[in-house]
Ligand binder design. Structure first.
Ligand code: SF4
Length: 217
C-alpha cells in the first residue's frame, strides 16, 4: 500500500472539524426502512444517482418489501421494475441471487456482519460498508467515487484503489468518526468538490487541501 502523504494529526483533526462544521447533518441520501431495503437501494445505486434510486425504490418497495417477494419475480420482471437505474440486467441478477441467499442462509435477514455481507452476490466492500454502517451502526468507511476523489484531493489518501483508500482513511480518521466522515466526504464531493469542476473558490478546506495548494504551485 502506498504510504499516506505526510499530514500531522493536527491537520487531520482540523480537516475533520471543517467537514463536520460544513455538513453537520450529513447522512445517507438513499431512502430505506430496513436493512434489506438499504441493501437493495445500494445495489441499485451503482452508477446511478440516489435521487433516481429513491424514485424507483419508492415504487418497488411498495410492491416488494421482503426477499420472499423478490424471489417470486423473474429476471425480466425485475429488470422492468428497475430499468431506470441503469445496468438493470446485472443489478436484477445480483438482487435475485442475493435474495435467494438471504433466504437460504440467513432466514431472510440481512446479516449485521461485514464479512458475511461481502459474501453476498454483487455486494462489494463499498456496498457492505454502507449497509453495515447505516443499517447497523457498525464503524466502516464506504469508499465510493466521491470519497475516493475527495480524500485524494485533500491528501487524506493517496491511491486510486478503493480498498487502499479505505484502509488509509481508517488509519487517519478516529474510528468513532468513520461513519460521519464517510457521509461528509460524500456530501462535500457532491456539493463542492465536484469531479470535473471543484468549487475551490468557495471551499472551506481550501487552506488544508493538497490539490488546491498544487494549483498555486
Ligand atoms: S479546495 Fe478544491 S479540490 Fe480541495 S477539497 Fe476544496 S473543492 Fe476540493
Amino acid at each position: 500500500m502506498p504510504p499516506i502523504l505526510a499530514m500531522t494529526a493536527g491537520q487531520i483533526t482540523q480537516i475533520l472539524r471543517i467537514l463536520a462544521d460544513a455538513y453537520p447533518d450529513a447522512h445517507c441520501e438513499l431512502n430505506f426502512n430496513s436493512p434489506f431495503q438499504l441493501l437493495i437501494a445500494v445495489i441499485l445505486s451503482a452508477q446511478c444517482t440516489d435521487k433516481r434510486v429513491n424514485i424507483v425504490t419508492e415504487r418497488l418497495f411498495a410492491k416488494y418489501a421482503m426477499p420472499e417477494d423478490f424471489v417470486q419475480l423473474s429476471q425480466a420482471e425485475l429488470e422492468a421494475e428497475i430499468k431506470e437505474c441503469g445496468l438493470f440486467h446485472t443489478k436484477a441478477k445480483h438482487i435475485l441471487a442475493t435474495c435467494s441467499e438471504l433466504l437460504q442462509k440467513f432466514h431472510g435477514q440481512v446479516p449485521a456482519d461485514l464479512a458475511l455481507l461481502v459474501g453476498l452476490p454483487g455486494v462489494g466492500r463499498k456496498t457492505a460498508n454502507v449497509v453495515a454502517s447505516n443499517a447497523f451502526g457498525i464503524p466502516a468507511i464506504g469508499v465510493d467515487t466521491h470519497v475516493l476523489r475527495v480524500a485524494n484531493r485533500i491528501g487524506l489518501a493517496n491511491s486510486q484503489k478503493v480498498e487502499q483508500v479505505e484502509m488509509q482513511l481508517m488509519q487517519v480518521i478516529p474510528q468513532e468518526q468513520w461513519i460521519n466522515s464517510h457521509h461528509r466526504l460524500v456530501w462535500h464531493g457532491r456539493r463542492v468538490c465536484e469531479a470535473r469542476h471543484p468549487k475551490c473558490a468557495i471551499c472551506p478546506l481550501q487552506q488544508n487541501c493538497r490539490y488546491f495548494a498544487a494549483l498555486g504551485a
